[in-house]
Design a protein around this ligand. Sequence first.
Ligand code: ZN
Length: 85
Amino acid sequence: MSAACDHTRHGPWTVGADEVQPRPWSGETVHMPGGRLHAVSDDGLIAGRAVCLAPVALLDPVDWTWPDDADEEWPLCWICLALTR
Ligand SMILES: [Zn+2]
């Protein structure tokens, strides 16, 4: 989008989830993803849509990295995975 966009630290993708759920965590309420993780491009950030075109809730790029932060609870969307390889 612009030359000022810094993709060197986190790669070109932002991470989104099917939904975000508030959860108690160490006495605070934190927002954790629910369902699958999706990859979101620059255009998707504005539209709120993943690379696979599913509507997503964006996750904090400081805490979440595509595709490295997936695990059993948060599986990767295989369509996004295929499209970002
Ligand atoms: Zn997806």
